[in-house]
Design a protein around this ligand. Structure first.
Ligand code: APR
Ligand code: PHB
Length: 389
């Protein structure tokens, strides 16, 4: 098998890249370890920056997103049993859209299948080879048979636990990371959202987030231990804890059947550079943010937009200038998102330890809720940059 761009991973990064390349007439093969059902059902993040929506629209894959996505113009920060609205659109001119990551993935898979270009699910034993040469290759097993895919370039879009990053020789990458001493217990509940906008609550019992997926589906999170045992959390205990953390006079949290439950760890992680030879890392394969800033999916899409631009220029003219700056361009945005996600995480979570930290945290919360300059800074990071061009 031969193609121009071998794409490892069919998450938002891999699938968006595949479609951007298709629109420019560039051939690719997408290799995914999981089944189609699995990737389409995996519940992940749900906040799209306006730039992400604009890009998906320009790619012609946003018809359902515009129909079912819910545009939000503000978020609420809640602490001391009071709520403060950050008016995102008034402060920045931009909005966010609530649309589940798996819905984006579903739309992109449908678009890919329509192009009749290859997207292989349930591939096994994926390994990347000769990336320092100009004839790299990906080996894998598909339907029981060993395969070799020769290509010009490999896009490592295989997430944090993928194989591409680890195939880069020792000493090339520098890793920067931070682990947090907490995780999020998330539920999807069949009940109308209790608020029109997202609520980020900072409470002495821990952080809680109220989000949604549709007019009948709420998505809620609770700060918990990173290795919290779900067995200790029957639904009644989850609701009881949520009621306490969101408590506000005149406001009630609606309960409903819990459809899905899970615990996610939180970490910040970046590798530099995001490229080695003909292997380009994109999305979670290169960087992870804690979910408090709602940036993961948006960063993944931003990376592959830059990568697609570089590949298009290279195939059209032979000029490698944009490919050479791929890593630096993406890292600039990634580090801004790393800082913002760290900032939001520290401002909102219960930090066990030094009471001085707790006082600083409170001062920061009061500042963003009372200063238009501080609120604008939060808002412009939350909505993300507008894409140029
Ligand atoms: N071979 C092929 N596919 C693989 C391999 C492998 N060895 N390892 C992992 N994959 C697949 C995973 O099954 C997954 O479908 O790569 C895909 C990576 O997708 P994501 O993890 O969704 O990563 P990305 O596309 O970068 O999107 C980032 O995902 O984790 C969230 O918050 C994060 O929203 C952000 C988004
Ligand atoms: C979600 O809806 O899943 C969600 C929303 C905002 C976040 C993280 C997750 O910051």
């Amino acid at each position: 098998m031969r193609t121009q761009v071998a794409i490892v991973g069919a998450g938002p990064a891999g699938l968006t890249l595949a479609h951007l390349l298709h629109l420019e007439g560039i051939d690719s093969v997408v290799l995914e370890a999981r089944s189609r059902e699995y990737v389409e059902q995996r519940v992940r993040a749900g906040v799209l920056e306006q730039g992400t929506v604009d890009l998906l629209s320009a790619m012609g894959v946003a018809e359902r997103l515009h129909r079912e996505g819910i545009v939000h113009h503000g978020i609420e920060l809640r602490f001391d049993r009071r709520g403060y609205r950050i008016p995102l659109t008034d402060l920045t001119g931009r909005s966010i859209t609530i649309y589940g990551q798996q819905e984006v993935v579903r739309d992109l898979i449908a678009a890919r299948l329509d192009t009749e270009r290859p997207l292989l699910f349930e591939v096994e034993d994926v390994s990347v080879h000769d990336v320092a040469s100009d004839r790299p290759a990906v080996r894998f097993r598909y339907e029981g048979a060993a395969q070799e895919l020769e290509c010009d370039v490999i896009a490592g879009c295989d997430g944090f636990h993928g194989v591409c990053r680890d195939s880069i020789p020792a000493g090339v990458l520098t890793t920067y990371s931070r682990e947090y001493p907490f995780g999020w217990l998330g539920i999807l509940a069949a009940v109308a959202p209790s608020s029109d906008e997202l609520i980020y609550a900072s409470h002495e019992r821990g952080f809680a987030l109220h989000s949604l997926r549709s007019p009948d589906l709420s998505r809620l999170y609770l700060q918990c231990a990173p290795d919290e045992d779900l067995a200790d959390w029957p639904d009644e205990r989850i609701w009881e804890e949520l009621h306490m953390r969101f408590e506000l006079d005149g406001w009630a949290l609606h309960e409903g059947p819990v459809l899905e439950k899970g615990v996610t760890g939180m970490r910040s992680f970046v590798v530099e550079p995001m490229q080695y030879g003909r292997l380009y890392l994109a999305g979670d394969a290169a960087h992870i943010v804690p979910p408090t800033g709602a940036k993961g999916l948006n960063l993944a899409v931003a990376d592959v937009r830059v990568l697609a631009g570089g590949l298009v220029e290279w195939y059209a003219t032979g000029d490698t200038a944009l490919l050479e700056t791929y890593s630096a361009t993406c890292l600039k945005r990634a580090w801004r998102a790393e800082h913002f996600s760290y900032f939001m995480t520290h401002m909102l979570h219960r930090l066990d330890g030094d009471p001085f930290d707790a006082k600083l945290q409170r001062a920061q919360l009061e500042y963003v809720c009372s200063s238009e300059a501080a609120a604008t800074s939060l808002a412009e990071n939350y909505v993300g940059p507008a894409y140029v061009g």
